[in-house]
Design a protein around this ligand. Structure first.
Ligand code: SAM
Ligand code: SF4
Ligand code: SF4
Length: 346
């Protein structure tokens, strides 16, 4: 397999957008498909049996992804997160991990629904993956099955998390989307369980991504309420971010070093520090989770563009970036066109 090296692009690192934000973090969706139908992400009524997912040939190949990753590293990217859809439905994903793990100085991680993790954790670790984020919305089977909407049991996700811990994919983070009237009662049991396990639980405010989930502001359980619910039982104190632009607000349990995070993109938007770019499974570059249009990098690559020109095209897109959707979210943004979370990756 030919490896494209872009050694001197580091010199061009430091591209900033129109609001002075550098490019540091890249999320690559490797599949638009998923074996779950989470009600807040891929509701069955829309993502049914006749839904048109991407064809195999439309997906970026592993070689194309690796080439893009190297070009982005030239722009100062320090972290790559593989996502989807469900990234573990992409066949031989460990081969891609191995290719990306060969890029020096890169923090490589993956977000998964955990359904296939018990089987795949060892291969992912062996391929060079360092750590993993697993999504789990409840420990209560009735609630979890209703949320993933394919009756997938909690125990299998927990087994995946245990296996990831056993093979050393650490630290493990757990993502829990909180939706009003659906799983607030799971906040405390989840906090207790993962404090005990020593994994970092991160609560995510339910977001208005895409148009299929029927989002309403009333469905959001605000970060402040989540902190209150936990603190009433296990007092929390806020701690500083690990690095500038970290999306989660960090809280520590008084009396030990275990922590929880809260991603409050609705009640406390963090666009000012947003250094993230996203590439969809078909190779479109999006500069915001709520973007309307992506830049077709796959077309550029398949038309034979050089690394230098590809890098320049990406740099120009980032330099022109103005996105700050969460800060301007209002009745005016309600009807705006957006892409779906499962397409662009979370
Ligand atoms: N399938 C993988 C998973 O679920 O972890 C990766 C892709 S998923 C789109 C990435 C993250 O986005 C998950 O943690 C998921 O819970 C979160 N997510 C999806 N839809 C969301 C929404 N409407 N609001 C907030 N978070 C959401
Ligand atoms: Fe699939 Fe993840 Fe979306 Fe759930 S959140 S439907 S697991 S992509
Ligand atoms: Fe970044 Fe867009 Fe989210 Fe703001 S709304 S934090 S710019 S992805």
């Amino acid at each position: 397999m030919a490896t494209t090296l872009v050694p001197d692009l580091k010199q061009s690192s430091g591209v900033t957008d129109t609001l002075g934000r550098p490019l540091r973090d890249l999320r690559i969706s490797v599949a638009d498909r998923c074996n779950f139908r989470c009600i807040y992400c891929m509701p069955k009524e829309i993502f049914g049996s006749d839904y048109q997912f991407l064809d195999r040939k439309e997906l970026l190949t592993f070689e194309e992804i690796e080439r893009l990753a190297r070009v982005f590293v030239g722009h100062g990217i320090e972290k790559i997160r593989l996502t989807g859809g469900e990234p573990l439905v992409r066949r031989n994903l460990e081969n891609l991990i191995e290719m990306l793990a060969g890029i020096p100085g890169l923090d490589l991680t993956l977000t998964t629904n955990g359904s296939m993790l018990a089987r795949k954790a060892q291969a992912l670790k062996d391929a060079g993956l360092r750590r993993v984020t697993v999504s789990l919305d409840s420990l209560d089977n009735e609630i979890f099955k209703a949320m993933n909407d394919v009756a997938f049991p909690v125990e299998k996700v927990l087994a995946g998390i245990d296996e990831a811990a056993r093979v050393g994919l650490a630290p493990i983070k757990i993502n829990m989307v909180v939706k009003r009237g659906v799983n607030e009662q799971s906040i405390l049991p989840m906090a207790r369980y993962f404090r005990e396990q020593g994994h970092i639980l991160r609560f995510i405010e339910y977001m208005d991504v895409g148009h299929s989930n029927g989002w309403k502001l009333d469905d959001v359980v605000p970060a402040a309420e989540i902190v209150e619910i936990i603190s009433a039982d296990m007092p929390l104190e806020q701690i500083p971010p690990n690095y500038p632009g970290e999306v989660a607000n960090r809280w520590r349990y008084k009396g030990d070093d275990n922590e929880v995070g809260i991603i409050a993109s609705v009640t406390k938007p963090f666009c000012g520090g947003c250094t993230r770019a996203r590439i969809s499974a078909e190779g479109k570059l999006y500069t915001c989770l709520f973007a309307v249009k992506g830049q077709d990098l796959r077309q550029l690559i398949r038309d034979g563009i050089s690394d230098e020109d590809l890098s320049a095209a990406i740099g120009t897109t980032w330099a022109n970036r103005k996105d700050r959707y969460s800060e301007i979210r209002s009745s005016l943004t309600e009807g705006m066109p957006k892409v779906e979370m499962s397409y662009i990756g979370g």
